[in-house]
Design a protein around this ligand. Structure first.
Ligand code: ASP
Length: 337
């Protein structure tokens, strides 16, 4: 029998109805008791790590989950982490960077309805997750939800209420689970031999969504308090191009003040699909060619944010940051323009 470690962190799957609304109230053992066939099919151990709504999940929690996987890595064939759906995509991305070269699967799952409700999707998600965690072709970090097996760097919560809550953004599902069987679309390569776990995430990172008419002064307002900006540009990488009072390119100058201070500016797009490429339009090129910004291409926002924190814990040297950022990990970067 495959040995699976079931880790609980809270979320709706673990929630119970209280006077103040749904809140996590069950740990891994209690949740497992709702799906008794799992104990019959697998050698399951449980690890209650914390019991929080995923809106309260912070980088220190990601580090603790990674540590729990490292501490138990040799003793299990696979790991299933139950997690709230709201920020599960961030945790999956963070774990993809914190747990590198895994030869074993780490599956995140949860539910849109608590396990104690008749209409729960938690039962199916757990059964599917165990099937994926025990499948010989599975390795690395992924989300299993509503039959979809999504690479940890490619997931986004795209529905707030329906059972099909997660989508794989600009990348195919790794596999699907049909009737408890794993049907694999993306072949996993050879198993790496030695995993590498990281224990630090750093950096004060500000997500800045451009809106028409936004003042470039916002960059100056933020510069003392943040190490990096993730700029959600228009279209494939459009950033306004108009002169300031002295006739200079106002946004380019404001961004240059950041890069000259050794801070990081990553340009992504606010368009939900297909990523950024600043080499196409004048409104992209005026920034890309002269200002030392990093283009995010087709990475998801969740991956950009967590990858930057992982990198900034290792280096602040802008050239090294860019090199690491553009090194593909767990399918996070595919279309480099
Ligand atoms: N608020 C819950 C959470 O993210 C939602 C869920 O799990 O579906 O913890």
């Amino acid at each position: 029998m495959k040995r699976i470690l079931l880790i609980s962190t809270g979320g709706t799957i673990a929630s119970v109805e209280g006077a103040e609304g749904l809140a996590p109230g069950m740990q891994a053992d209690a949740i497992l008791s709702y799906v008794p066939e799992l104990r019959r099919g697998y050698d399951v151990s449980t690890l209650p790590l914390f019991s929080i709504d995923s809106s309260n999940m912070r980088p220190e929690h990601w580090l603790r989950i990674a540590r729990a996987i490292q501490d138990n890595y040799d003793d299990y064939d696979g790991f299933v982490v139950m997690h709230g759906t709201d920020t599960m995509a961030y945790t999956a991305a963070a774990l993809s960077y914190l747990c590198l070269y895994l030869a074993k699967p780490v599956v995140l799952t949860g539910a849109q309805q608590p396990i104690e409700r008749t209409a729960t999707d938690g039962t199916r998600n757990l059964i599917d997750s165990f099937a994926v965690a025990a499948d010989p072709g599975s390795r690395g970090v992924m989300i299993v939800f509503n039959g979809h097996v999504i690479a940890g760097t490619r997931a986004r919560k795209t529905r707030s209420k329906s059972y099909n809550a997660f989508s794989s953004i600009d990348f195919p599902d790794l596999a699907v689970v049909r009737g408890g069987r794993v049907v694999r679309y993306i072949a996993t390569g050879d198993a790496p031999s030695v995993p590498i776990f990281s224990h630090a995430l750093e950096g004060r990172i500000f997500p800045l969504k451009l809106v028409p008419g936004m003042s470039p002064h916002v960059f100056d307002e933020l510069i003392d308090d943040f190490d990096a900006i993730i700029l959600e540009s228009f279209g494939v990488g459009g950033i306004p191009m108009y002169p300031d009072d002295s006739g200079d390119d106002a946004f380019a100058r404001a961004i240059e003040r950041w890069t000259q201070a050794g801070k990081i500016v990553v340009v992504t797009t606010q368009v939900p699909h297909e990523g950024s490429d600043m080499a196409i339009y004048q409104v992209g090129l005026h920034i890309r060619d002269r200002r030392g910004v990093i283009v995010a291409y087709d990475m998801t926002f969740e991956s950009i944010y967590t990858k930057l924190m992982w990198i900034l814990a290792q280096t602040r040297d802008p050239a090294r940051v860019e090199r690491l950022f553009h090194t593909p990990i767990n399918h996070d970067l595919v279309d480099l323009g």
